[in-house]
Design a protein around this ligand. Structure first.
Ligand code: MG
Length: 298
């Protein structure tokens, strides 16, 4: 099932996408319920939404505004750095992380987070934040959405805790990432976490490792790699994070980005206002975000 958070000018609604239509299922849910609540109580609401009657209000996808499926996660988005071999190499060569330009693969997952306030919609504008950063970059990523929470989840149990998947562009201010050492600030500027368009339940994805993660900038292909190229796979990430931290329903884990980001080029190709970044993953749709200087710019 493809869940969306959408609006048609008013309140945020919960929708289920069928082909090119959004069916408004908010009427089947408790007043004010959002996608996060649906995921948290999936055993209850999954069957109700699966049985959605055809009489529910429906809208053409083109006629609604799609928001991030989880517009305000309950806490920061977990992220994983340096999780595709070729990206580790390009990041190492860039000198952004270590002055010795090491291309050594990490021995353990590199886990950091993005602030909840960085989350924005799949087709919303991304702010360039002039005066704050001048080195804006994109990172196409598969994101895992946790269903059943837990601590001490083993590799073998990991997929029992996965509700489904979405797309995240882990937009990064490289100068801030480098300057502040810890990555939180460089990864968390407002609008720097486009999410969606859909939250896709795991039953729709037969083999997550077969999904292809792709990005392009202004129509030019930049990144393309299958999820099977992850150094630390989805099971390993869940086991590592949950070893001592309780994962909660609705937690989002962005699994890392393939090679082809802006700092991978020499000279680097940073994003500038007017650029359009598209990120696609097999079965999860495409997000498209324009970089703008200032909020409210048309
Ligand atoms: Mg990333």
């Amino acid at each position: 099932m493809k869940l969306v958070t959408f609006s048609t000018g008013g309140d945020l609604r919960v929708g289920v996408v069928d082909a090119d239509e959004v069916r408004d299922v908010s009427g089947l849910l408790p007043a004010g319920a959002d996608v996060l609540q649906v995921i948290e109580d999936w055993a209850q609401w999954g069957p109700v939404l699966a049985e959605r009657p055809p009489s529910l209000p429906a809208f053409a996808l083109d006629d609604v505004r799609l928001h991030a499926p989880i517009p305000r996660p309950r806490r920061d988005v977990f992220c994983v750095g340096k999780n595709y071999r070729e990206h580790v190499a390009e990041f190492g060569r860039s000198g952004y992380d270590q002055p010795d330009r090491s291309e050594t693969l990490p021995e353990h997952p590199v886990v950091f987070s993005k602030a909840t306030t960085s989350v924005t919609g799949p087709f919303d504008d991304v702010l360039a934040h002039p005066g704050v950063t001048s080195e804006l970059d994109y990172e196409a990523e598969l994101a895992v959405i946790i269903g059943r929470g837990g601590r001490g989840i083993t590799r073998e149990q990991a997929f029992d805790h996965v509700w489904g998947y979405t797309i995240v562009d882990d937009v990064t201010a490289r100068d801030l990432q480098r300057r502040h050492k810890q990555w939180l600030i460089g990864k968390s500027l407002d609008t720097h976490c486009p999410m969606g368009p859909y939250a896709v339940s795991a039953d729709e994805i037969t083999d997550v490792t077969a999904l292809q993660v792709e990005s392009c900038v202004n129509g030019e292909a930049r990144q393309s790699a299958p999820v099977k190229d992850l150094i630390f796979d989805v099971s390993e990430l869940i086991a590592t994070i949950s070893a001592g931290i309780t994962l909660l329903p609705g937690d989002v884990i962005a699994t890392g980005t393939p090679a082809g980001v802006g700092i991978g080029f020499d000279p680097p190709r940073f994003l500038v206002p007017g650029d359009v970044v598209e990120v696609s993953i097999t079965g999860l749709g495409t997000q498209r975000n324009r970089i703008i200087d200032t909020e409210g710019e048309s």
